[in-house]
Design a protein around this ligand. Structure first.
Ligand code: FEO
Length: 406
């Protein structure tokens, strides 16, 4: 992509990323972008780094070509937070321009030595502080700790009301020719709704209450443009991404959408027979189902669907007196992401001994998930007609409660 103009004297440098695991663990089937921004006053600042965690990307030099900016002209590096996807270029940049100034929070300053052996020309800012770049460009800073790192802050260009929000309001999904919400179709919005939910649930879900506070703070600033570190820049309808994040944070404590996740594993097809029965029943009632077999489905997708759904049906056979391990680790991750208060039902096959349902209860308890487990059905080998009747009854109760949600 080329550098593009965000607003008066503000430019976006953005790269598409694909074929990687985000944070080396989250699947991103539609890729993502890493965004940074140049703000030009008398002095020049770059906000959120140089698009990459592995030195200065070659694409950077192409990106700034034609912008009438040389790397040596950049005086201030505004670090909204220290995660290396936004700072991994510092040591390489030092070789090009040794006398730059870093602007960051105290907590970020504390990390700079350990991460990049950098200790000089650091200007620590706190809530409400400003940096005058000249020519009417004044940046102000707002702390949003634990979104999702403790050092996080947002930066606002007061003249254009452009709010650089770092990871807050980020989405997965690659950009097309230009990385803006200017001409989104309904289909694009639906895609970004899901990719935003994937981003929030995978990367930030653990910090739901802090994210909620940050969303309120950002909303109160009445930004005209929201420019995050990943995904679209929202300058046509900034309220859309604020509303989306308000929805996501509300899904963490539930209830969420009128959708049901069926999370299951099966070794020899016996638990799977009950799954097929359940899916048919849900579809007959026109319930939206997110059907995820593990380990075939990525943990990132499972966590996204757990956030989206108000009910979770768990199909898990017993494996060595415990849960089939892929289902157990998926549930542990959902618990760590603080996805609580779901309506739930579980079932599964065993051979010489049960045990899966016991471990399931332990995981829910240990992670303080407060899931309302309406029933558990364990069966020896294949599910009998009587077992399927019991399962059908429990699923009917879930359907009824889901339909009653507003
Ligand atoms: Fe995009 Fe938390 O770094």
């Amino acid at each position: 992509m080329k550098a593009t103009r965000v607003s008066n004297q503000i430019y976006q440098l953005s790269i598409n990323v694909e074929g990687i695991l985000f944070e080396e663990m989250w699947e991103i089937p539609k890729g993502t972008t890493i965004n940074s921004y140049i703000v030009k006053g008398e002095d020049i600042a770059i906000v959120d780094g140089f698009c990459g965690w592995d030195g200065l990307p070659e694409s950077l030099f192409e990106l700034i070509e034609g912008m009438d900016v040389e790397l040596q002209d950049i005086k201030y590096l505004v670090i909204n937070h220290m995660e290396p996807d936004h700072t991994g270029w510092i040591e390489a940049f030092k070789k090009i321009k040794p006398d730059f100034h870093i602007v960051c929070s105290q907590k970020a300053a504390d990390m700079l030595k350990g991460f990049y052996n950098h200790t000089s020309q650091i200007r620590v800012v706190k809530e409400g502080d400003t940096l005058d770049l000249g020519k009417g460009k004044v940046l102000s800073f707002y702390e949003v700790p634990n979104v999702h790192w403790p050092d996080t802050m947002m930066t606002m260009d007061e003249e254009t009301k452009t709010l650089f929000t770092c990871d807050l309001f980020g989405t997965f999904g690659q950009a097309k020719e230009a990385n803006y919400d200017d001409n989104l179709t309904e289909e694009d919005y639906a895609s970004y709704e899901e990719e935003g939910m994937r981003y929030y649930s995978n990367v930030m879900g653990t910090f739901a209450s802090q994210v909620k506070r940050a969303v309120c703070k950002a909303k109160a600033l009445e930004a005209k443009i929201i420019a995050p570190g990943h995904g679209l820049v929202w300058r046509n309808h900034p309220e859309k991404i604020i509303e989306a994040y308000e929805r996501y944070v509300s899904y963490s404590p539930g209830p969420a959408k009128k959708e049901v996740m069926v999370l299951w594993g099966s070794m020899y097809g016996m638990t799977e027979k009950a799954v097929a029965h359940i899916i048919r029943q849900l579809e007959r009632e026109n319930i939206i189902v997110r059907n995820h077999r593990v380990p075939e489905t990525s943990i990132g997708q499972v966590v996204t669907s757990a956030l989206a759904c108000s009910a979770v049906i768990i199909g898990v056979p017993t494996y060595e007196y415990k849960m089939f391990p892929p289902v157990a680790s998926a549930l542990e991750e959902i618990g760590k992401k603080r996805i609580v208060n779901r309506l739930a039902f579980s079932f599964g096959s065993y051979g010489w001994s049960g045990g899966a349902q016991k471990e399931l209860r332990e995981i829910l308890e240990r992670n303080k998930m407060s899931w309302d487990m309406i029933a558990s059905v364990e069966f020896l080998g294949n599910p009998s007609d009587e077992d399927l009747d019991k399962i059908e009854q429990a699923v009917s109760e879930i359907i009824e409660q889901i339909k009653q949600l507003s």
